[in-house]
Design a protein around this ligand. Sequence first.
Ligand code: GCW
Length: 713
Amino acid sequence: MRPSHLFRGLCLAAGLLLAPLIARAEDGHELWLRYRPVEASAAGAYRASVGAVAPVADTPTLKLARAELERGLAGLLGERRDGGGEILLGTPKSSPRIAALKLPLETAGDEGFRIRTLADGGRPLTVIAANTDVGVLHGVYRYLALIQTRQAVDRLDLLDAPKVRYRLLNHWDNLDRSVERGYAGQSIWDWWRLPDVKDPRYVDYARANASIGINGAVLNNVNAKSDSLTAPYIAKAAALADAFRPYGIKVYLSARFSSPIEIGGLKTADPLDPAVRAFWKAKADEIYKAIPDFGGFLVKANSEGQPGPQDYGRTHADGANMLAQAVGPHGGIVMWRAFVYSHEQPDDRAKQGYSEFKPFDGQFAENVIVQVKNGAIDFQPREPFHPLFGAMPKTNLGMEFQITKEYLGFSTHLAYLGTMWEEVLKADTFAAGRGSTVAKVVDGKLHGCSRTLMAGVANIGSDRNWSGSQFDQANWYAFGRLAWDPEASSEAVARDWAAMTFTPDRRFTGPAVKMMMGSREAVVDYMTPMGLHHLMGRSHHYGPGPWVAGGERADWTSVYYHKADKAGIGFDRTAKGSDAVAQYAPPVAAAFSDLSKVDEKDLLWFHHLPWDYRTRSGRPLWDELVIRYSRGVKAVDGMQATWSDLSPYVDAERHGEVATYLAIQYREAQWWRDASVAYFQSINGLPLPKGEAPPPLSLEAYEAIAFPYAPGI
Ligand code: GCW
């Protein structure tokens, strides 16, 4: 062996031996709750100010709050904390010591907390106090997060409370354990073995959610089966509720509107029929008997083939109010989805939700929340905000985001969605003048509403890493943080997540967060730049399908949305076209309609333009489109380079997994670009801009790519 080889061999062996000490192999199962040791240079200061955790009152939530704090501190700082200080947890009700401190807690509400450091006769004392046990638990997670992200904890006076009341995950999980639009394996709910077998994951799930402030879970798919409302399934849901309860998480169920027929032996589900109303009242009573803190129902009605009140000539308000009356006496709510559209309806699909719901403003019961998707079509990589936000001042209006990436590359593309959600939340509806942001509708400030809701379609499954990919965990995390505070900065959230999930070392978080912040825009570029939308493969929604036409309904095709022909491309939603713009407040409508004002990122959402339309870069539209497609591909190349440079900071297992996924993403970004360019070029016959490579395959070859076994259908 040559000496240099010997040397390299020795280094390799030493590296292998040391590797576990440097970066232990990890699979991502621990999420952002890893509690790895603080580096020696910072640990001393923390040990001095962080003390022993005082005993707590004997309640399930306080006991687990204390256990979590012990576990976190032991991981971060070790068992020995020598400052001689103390950490005191509890509520004024459960702890005379906390009561004696008389900390102002009014604004902490039912779920918030105050963390204050005091000196108790020279000993550092940290108090994590709240009005409720679950508020204390939230405070514990925040306190640990401060250390996890290396912020000082020696002089704290921090009060925080959620700005949104219902912060819910919506699971589109079926009773056979498949997950509609799920890309992280099977459902984590093992319905078959429940209620007897209580998978420890149920508790882990509740813990992860509590750590980011999520307080409810709709267990089953909105495309619901009535079976989930039968006695055996109520018992299964009750077992889950028992596991979640100490973490402050309630269960909710999706209710199939035709259940009175399917499981109630009735001939009708007409919401005004007394027998139907009695069925739902009895059903609610039965559920509350098993689950006293049951949250309520989520309903998808008269949408995509689901039954609903309109089947009986009744309205959405009739249907929602009937259910609201059944759960109301128990404190429950009804979340009624506004995602409705019909292919029999000749009007622009983007207008239909607004047209159907706006007339009912003020007619929904007090405990109904109308749940509105962020955009008017369907969770596309970019949509302008839904025109219902700001348009129903007398109705509780909740936000529905999609955490699972149905339209953004499933779990193999890295796309941080915090930026997308922030973009929507910061959008100004002008409903009550400038500054009437979507966030202010969602947190209830704009219209003085207290039943506020943010729902996220979960991306959780039975994969070890929960979300199908390491970086998709960031979307679960960001959803929780933005539901807690819709005005939070997605960048700050990404930074916290990256620090807690990988390492707080800035040499890592700097580039990693930059990569995350640009990642969704990259997807928009390589899939649907400049306001294009709904151009994915039919039904499975994977990969490009701008050619999709014909079939059962026009509003499930791509040609319906891009309207490309020899002359131009885009959906005219101005007054000359479908006039969808008229559903927005006048200043917003004016800006969207005006070619000199509309943001080019939304251009083809609102306008149909000739291929040679001059864009702001000075380039003709066609050239600009092609350049943006390619820009998206290049961005993924950049992400690969960034990630490769970050290998010193990440354990080999997770680093390797992310790198592999980025390679898939790069290949598929290229495929999206090439297939889209090939298709649109076949329509307009125009040459590519200088320097742009022609697609390597024929259009027919792209069209022939099929996915009969894609997940999530
Ligand atoms: O995005 C579409 C999905 C459907 C989904 C529907 C909805 C649950 O493709 O799978 O059904 O939206 O939100 O109801």
